[in-house]
Design a protein around this ligand. Structure first.
Ligand SMILES: NC(=O)C1=CN([C@@H]2O[C@H](COP(=O)(O)OP(=O)(O)OC[C@H]3O[C@@H](n4cnc5c(N)ncnc54)[C@H](OP(=O)(O)O)[C@@H]3O)[C@@H](O)[C@H]2O)C=CC1
Ligand SMILES: O=C(O)C1=N[C@H](C(=O)O)C[C@H](O)C1
Length: 265
């Protein structure tokens, strides 16, 4: 049995993750941590009776008392860093979905995990379709290096651009390098209207109620465009990838950034 704790258990992703772990074969949900509803039974929030898990606000105590194998983190930028540090200190393998960390922070945790020979995963997007979108976009950029990314999310999202958009831009940059796009003397009459600039590639972030998580990668060539789009229309879309990650992290001895590295080996 893989003993799992979920941090951010009462959030949108945390609740979905708890339900998925409870249903998964070979996994046991032993703990749930959040900043809200401390001391309440997790079951009442999930609508599940007879669930022996209580919400705690203390991740360290949870690690000490329950000795989990894995912690799933869906908290928020600024919190996740401390949680990873703590997990690696206690030899608990972090499976991190929380986005918003810098590449320097990810590298820092890569060094710690390697030093301790502890498995860890940082995954900006667990949806298999999103991983394929990134893979296909990088492949297409070999032939169409002019690219813009539009990501669209619900209006409660804290970070922009999304972790998925950054991962996509990194994958495309690995193929085409830094490349100036558009007119050098472009006049931006409203600041930000051309989006964020990642190595010359523009990223546009849309935040509206009604969206879950969506992304279009538009590649332009002479007389043609190619659009690769992925839509997560419910948070269940992330669960098969999340459960795969929990299983895979058990046999890792270092930190892997991106589930595609384990899926498309
Ligand atoms: N990798 C992937 O595939 C996906 C990643 N995400 C990412 O996951 C993260 C969470 O998203 P989402 O579920 O929508 O966010 P929510 O705001 O719904 O959930 C976050 C939860 O974490 C809680 N929390 C805040 N601080 C702490 C803390 N110190 N310890 C424990 N819990 C804490 C929040 O409580 P409170 O409300 O009181 O602050 C809240 O319940 C985001 O970074 C998002 O980008 C989302 C979807 C898919
Ligand atoms: O906040 C979200 O909702 C999501 N966050 C992740 C990201 O930043 O890419 C993954 C997915 O897009 C949903």
């Amino acid at each position: 049995m893989i003993k799992v704790v979920v941090a951010g258990a009462l959030g949108r992703m945390g609740q979905e993750s708890c339900k998925a772990v409870l249903k998964a074969e070979g996994m046991e949900l032993v703990g749930a941590v959040d900043t809200r509803e401390i001391g309440s039974p997790l079951g009442i929030h999930l609508g599940i009776a007879d669930l022996d898990v209580t919400i705690s606000d203390n991740l360290e105590k949870t690690f000490q008392e329950l000795k989990p194998d894995v912690v799933i983190d869906f908290t928020r930028p600024g919190v996740v860093q401390g949680n990873i540090e703590l997990a690696l200190t206690y030899g608990v393998r972090p499976v991190v979905g929380t986005t918003g960390m810098s590449s320097t922070e990810i590298q820092h945790f890569q060094e710690i995990a390697a030093g301790k020979q502890t498995g860890a995963l940082i995954v900006p997007n667990f949806a298999i379709g999103a991983l394929l979108m990134i893979k296909f976009a990088a492949e297409a950029a070999k032939y169409f290096p002019h690219v813009e990314i539009i990501e669209l999310h619900h209006d409660q999202k804290m970070d922009a651009p999304s972790g998925t958009a950054i991962k996509t831009a990194e994958a495309i940059t690995a193929v085409r390098g830094n490349m100036a796009q558009g007119m050098p003397s472009e006049l931006e009459k409203i600041e930000g209207s051309r989006g964020g600039n990642y190595e010359g590639m523009r990223i546009h972030s849309v935040r509206l109620p009604g969206f879950v998580a969506h992304q279009e990668v538009i590649l332009g060539g002479i007389g043609q465009t190619l659009t690769i789009r992925h839509d997560s229309i419910s948070r269940e879309s992330f669960m098969p990838g999340l459960l795969l990650a929990v299983r895979k992290v058990m046999s890792l001895q270092h930190l892997v950034y991106g589930l595609e590295n384990l899926l498309f080996e």
